[in-house]
Design a protein. Structure first.
Length: 314
């Protein structure tokens, strides 16, 4: 397996929180390079001599290094890590200059390195996702194929959080439903919804790169008659109601969206929320119930949970 090194330059204060984020993102080991270690009195047990090289350490602040497997969703994992770290501002944690570098393969190569690991994948009974550069012929009648060129946006379709959303869309969405996709990334969930029979889909993302990518992918999949894409913060300013809201965000952002999602669903409408790491399941569940949702299903893949919740009684 190939590994990529991610290095975050930050402060002492942020070490614990960032280490947690890296573990949650699937890193098995974390190295902390703290210049304070150079001046610390190390115990000289069993004749062990600590011979630290100052050139391995930053002059100020702390380097946290972690190793991630190079796979088709490496880009997404790095994006998740960046987002989770940026979210620490909310908790008043000083992040210092918060520079993030990727090495082993240089950043430019890294941006495309994952491409060779990205192959057509069957995600559900009906949906297969394939990168645009692969030749893929349908394998069975009724197979719906999503072609994607993710560029630098999140959403190859293969990430567990995305797969859970597509499975939930396939199960809970009815033909003629109107769908809102919050945090669309490459547009993968909107395209899936359109191909599964949605009447209309509005795809929103805060990130301009994602909005561009989603617009390209929507056209590539010939669903532009059903799917519109716009830059937007969560569901702010959206003034109509939807039958389904799908939101593959992080737990903290799902919590921020919950009340607004409830208001913007029709009675009996369904919220599919994903991007929830297992440890945060209870927190999100309590928040959804507090705003009035009835939880109807919780599905899991690896360390990730998606919650399907209904507006009104089950
Ligand atoms: C985990 S990715 C999901 C992408 C895609 N929907 C998928 O399932 O593969 C989350 C996306 O949410 C977007 N996002 C994060 N915060 C947001 C906000 N406040 N408003 C809208 N989009 C946001 C990010 O830019 C990113 O594209």
């Amino acid at each position: 397996m190939k590994w990529s090194e991610i290095c975050i330059h930050t402060t002492q204060e942020a070490v614990e929180a960032i280490t947690n984020i890296l573990h949650e993102a699937g890193s098995s080991g974390v190295v902390i390079e703290d210049p304070l270690d150079l001046v610390k009195d190390w115990p000289q047990e069993f004749s062990e001599v600590y011979d630290l090289n100052p050139s391995d350490y930053p002059e100020e602040g702390v380097n946290i290094k972690a190793y991630l497997p190079v796979n088709s969703f490496l880009g997404e994992t790095v994006e998740e890590i960046k987002q989770s770290i940026n979210n620490l501002f909310v908790y008043d944690i000083d992040l210092g200059d918060n520079t993030i570098t990727i090495s082993e393969v240089n950043e430019e190569e890294w941006a495309t390195a994952w491409k060779k690991y990205y192959k057509p994948v069957r995600l559900t009974d009906h949906i297969t996702v394939t990168p645009t550069w692969e030749e893929y012929q349908p394998q069975f009648e009724g197979e719906k194929i999503i072609e994607l060129d993710p560029g630098m946006a999140f959403g190859t379709g293969t990430h567990p959080t995305t797969v859970l959303c597509i499975q939930a869309l396939e199960k809970h969405m009815k033909d003629s439903d109107h769908v809102l996709d919050v945090g669309t990334g490459t547009g993968v969930l909107s395209i899936a919804a359109a191909k599964l029979g949605a009447e209309s889909v509005l795809a929103v993302d805060l990130d301009e790169v994602a909005v561009k990518s989603a617009k390209i992918n929507v056209k590539l999949n010939h669903v532009q008659d059903k799917v519109s894409v716009k830059q937007n913060n969560l569901a702010d300013g959206i003034d109509r109601q939807y039958d389904i809201i799908v939101a593959n965000l992080l737990a903290e952002i799902v919590i921020r969206l919950a009340k607004d999602a409830y208001d913007k669903l029709t009675d009996g409408g369904i919220l599919i929320s994903s991007g929830i790491i297992k440890q945060k399941e209870l927190e999100v569940r309590q928040c959804l119930e507090k705003v009035g949702f009835t939880l109807i299903e919780v599905i899991e893949q690896e360390d990730w949970v998606a919650m399907i919740a209904k507006k009104g009684e089950d």
